[in-house]
Design a protein around this ligand. Structure first.
Ligand code: DP6
Length: 359
């Protein structure tokens, strides 16, 4: 980023505390494949969610600069210390140290909580890394900077260095990440929030069916790596640019038939890429397929524009307009919840992005 020099002005010399909430997001055109430093092999676009969020509080205390440049921090999730998260956080700090040099001059107490169950298999890296990036930048730049639009762009830049998809969680309802000829404003380095969005998407519904709440069998880091030398990589990256261009038209026009078609083909392409990788992964479970078939049959029978998308796992995101939410939710409860592990599902909708929490 041309206008993102290291934030050199001193952090507050007294102990300082900030808190942010940041949501998860669900990609419509998927980011799958990356290269250093955390740049996407193809552009992606997502809907920002509302209910699935991470709330993070960071307390910053000055300490003498460490000659070895080490970091000093503690991390708690839901009130419990989680040392197993330290390597991931430390890797993030390493990548953003050039922008936030104060990180080796402070002790940080990071307290996070998710509004969704941690074991649910819902990716939390987007909400977690964006919330943490916002807190750190807030500490570095001070309260006044929060009203500056560059603040959010820089936060998105930093969040990307924690987890690629996290750069899309800063704003809502629709965020693009990655350069593509049809969107001159889009960047490889941070998200860009489009305002050419049809009102039908402003409160679109996402009911997340928790088919498998276990640990993901392929981490996203390993997953992205599978695209290096993948036999279909070139064709996929080309297709993603085309899909993004088409998706932006669909999102602007509110064309729900084309939306359904594109969203489902993107989800299945992601899984097809994993199935054709070396090593290969089948991340759908029998219940995932059963739900997909049910959704397609229901759509055919009712003409309701209900569709599915998938992340790199077995859970199914059921997407539909708010205007039919009562009918669709009833159908989900009657017909689909039986496929969920412990009958668990999360009702979410499109949201507006991250915000500071005062006090
Ligand atoms: C399938 O953003 O989790 O959800 O950059 O390695 O942290 P890292 O990957 P991550 O990958 C998300 C992959 C996806 C598609 C998407 O969200 O676009």
């Amino acid at each position: 980023m041309k206008d993102f020099p290291p934030v050199l002005h001193p952090y507050h010399s007294a102990p300082h505390q900030v808190s942010w909430q940041s949501p998860s997001n669900i990609a419509l055109v998927k980011y799958w494949g990356k290269y250093d430093p955390q740049l996407p092999a193809n552009p992606s676009v997502s809907l920002t969610l509302d209910q699935c969020r991470t709330i993070t509080k960071v307390r910053c205390e000055p300490r003498p600069t460490d000659a070895h440049g080490t970091f000093s921090f503690e991390f708690l999730l839901g009130g419990t210390p989680k040392p197993d998260f330290h390597p991931k956080i430390e890797g993030f700090f390493q990548r953003i140290l050039a922008y936030l040099p104060f990180l080796t001059q402070v002790h940080l107490r990071i307290e996070s909580e998710n509004t969704f169950p941690h074991s649910s298999g819902i990716a939390s890296s987007a909400s977690a890394m964006s919330a943490l990036a916002l807190c750190l930048l807030h500490i570095a730049r001070g309260d006044e900077a929060v009203s500056d639009p560059s603040f959010f762009q820089q936060a998105s830049y930093l969040a990307r260095l924690g987890s690629g998809s996290a750069c899309r969680s800063i704003w809502g309802p629709v965020v693009v990440w990655g350069v593509t000829p049809s969107i001159p404003e889009a960047s490889q380095e941070f998200g860009w929030s489009s305002d050419r969005i049809h009102p039908v998407f402003a409160d679109y519904q996402d009911t997340i069916l928790l088919i498998d709440q276990g640990q993901k069998s392929v981490s996203s880091t390993v997953g992205h790596q599978l695209m290096v030398g993948h036999p279909f990589a070139e064709a996929r990256f080309k297709q993603a640019h085309k899909h993004l261009e088409q998706m932006m038209e669909v999102l602007a026009q509110g064309d729900l038939d084309r939306f359904v078609d594109l969203v489902e083909r993107e989800a299945l392409t992601l899984h097809a890429l994993m199935m054709a990788s070396n090593p290969s992964f089948v991340l759908m479970k029998p219940a995932t397929l059963a739900v997909i078939e049910k959704i397609r049959a229901y759509r055919k029978a009712t003409q309701h524009p209900v569709c599915f998308t998938l992340d790199a796992g077995a859970n199914v995101h059921v997407l539909y307009p708010k205007s039919i939410s009562k009918t669709v939710l009833q159908w989900i409860q009657d017909e689909l919840v039986v496929y969920c592990e412990k009958e668990s599902y999360i009702c979410d909708s499109v949201g507006r992005g991250s915000s500071p929490i005062n006090g």
